[in-house]
Design a binder for this molecule. Structure first.
Ligand SMILES: C[S@@+](CC[C@H](N)C(=O)[O-])C[C@H]1O[C@@H](n2cnc3c(N)ncnc32)[C@H](O)[C@@H]1O
Length: 247
C-alpha cells in the first residue's frame, strides 16, 4: 500500500488506545509518585505512556516490549527527542519472551499478549514487586451489546470477548490486586481515538481519489467507521485500573 498513512498506522494518534493526554499525565504522575526504580510496559506500542511515566519519575529506568517493529523505531526516536534514551530500552519481540520483575508494570490495550484477561492479570501479578503498582487497561462492555450491535462489530466477536467493568475489577481483586483507581474512557476520548485512527487515510483519499488503491482504501475506512458508529459506540468501552499489591 503506497498510502503513507495506512489504516491503523497510528501516525495521527498520541496513544494507540482511547486515552487523552490529560488522563495519561495524571496516570503517569500517580505511578511516578510511588518512586519506582523500574517500569515495564508489556505491549507498549510506541511507548508514549512509558515515556510519560519516566519523565515524571526521574530516578526510574524503563523497558518497553512490543512485537511491532515500526512502533519500536518511533518509541526510540521519541525517547531520544525527550532526553530519555539513556533510561529506557525498547525491545522488539514477544511479551512472553521478555518478562521481568518491576516496581511498576503497565499493560494497556495489550492483555492479548498473555492470551486472556485472567491469564494476563495472573502473569502480571507475578511480575510486580512488593508495594508496586500496575496500570492495567483493557476493553470492556459498557453494557451488554444487543444482537444487532454485535453483528455490526468485528467479524467473530461474541459477548464472551469482554467483561463488564465490575467483573473486570473482581477478576483483578481475585488475582491478588487491590484497586486504587477505576476509570473508563469517555465518549470524547473514543471520538478522538477513532477519528484520528481514520484521519490519515481519509485525507489520503481526498488527495488521491483516482489512485488504483483508492477503492480498497475507501472500503476499509467505511467498514471501520461502520463498526465504530453502528456497533461499538457507547457499548465497547475501555477501562483503566490502577492496581496495588501489598508491600
Ligand atoms: C492496542 S495496542 C496498545 C499499545 C499501547 N499500550 C498504547 O496504549 O498505546 C496493543 C499493542 O500490543 C502489541 N502486542 C500484542 N500482542 C503482543 C505480543 N504477544 N508481544 C508483544 N507485543 C504485543 C501490539 O503490537 C500493539 O502495539
Amino acid at each position: 500500500m503506497t498510502n503513507p498513512h495506512g489504516l491503523g498506522a497510528g501516525t495521527r494518534l498520541t496513544f494507540n488506545s482511547p486515552l487523552s493526554s490529560e488522563r495519561a499525565d495524571r496516570l503517569a504522575a500517580d505511578l511516578a509518585a510511588t518512586k519506582p526504580a523500574t517500569v515495564l510496559d508489556l505491549g507498549c506500542g510506541w511507548g508514549e505512556l512509558l515515556l510519560r511515566v519516566l519523565a515524571a519519575a526521574p530516578d526510574a529506568s524503563g523497558t518497553g516490549i512490543d512485537n511491532f517493529g515500526p512502533d519500536m523505531v518511533r518509541a526510540r526516536h521519541n525517547a531520544a527527542d525527550r532526553g530519555l534514551a539513556d533510561r529506557v530500552t525498547f525491545i522488539e519481540g514477544a511479551v512472553a519472551d521478555h518478562l521481568a520483575n518491576a516496581d511498576v508494570v503497565i499493560s494497556s490495550g495489550a492483555y492479548q499478549a498473555f492470551g486472556d484477561i485472567k491469564t494476563a492479570l495472573t502473569g502480571i501479578r507475578s511480575l510486580v514487586n512488593p508495594g508496586g503498582r500496575v496500570l492495567f487497561a483493557a476493553e470492556i462492555w459498557e453494557r451488554i451489546p444487543t444482537a444487532e450491535q454485535l453483528a455490526n462489530m468485528w467479524d467473530g466477536i461474541t459477548v464472551d470477548d469482554c467483561l463488564l467493568l465490575p467483573d473486570l475489577v473482581d477478576t483483578a481483586v481475585a488475582t491478588g490486586f487491590r484497586p486504587l483507581r477505576i476509570e473508563t474512557s469517555t465518549r470524547g476520548e473514543w471520538e478522538e481515538f477513532e477519528s484520528l485512527f481514520l484521519a490519515g487515510s481519509e485525507e489520503w483519499l481526498l488527495a488521491n481519489g483516482d489512485h488504483p488503491e483508492a477503492d480498497a482504501m475507501r472500503d476499509r475506512v467505511d467498514a471501520h467507521r461502520a463498526i465504530w458508529l453502528r456497533g461499538a459506540r457507547d457499548v465497547f468501552g475501555f477501562a483503566f485500573l490502577t492496581l496495588g499489591v501489598p508491600g
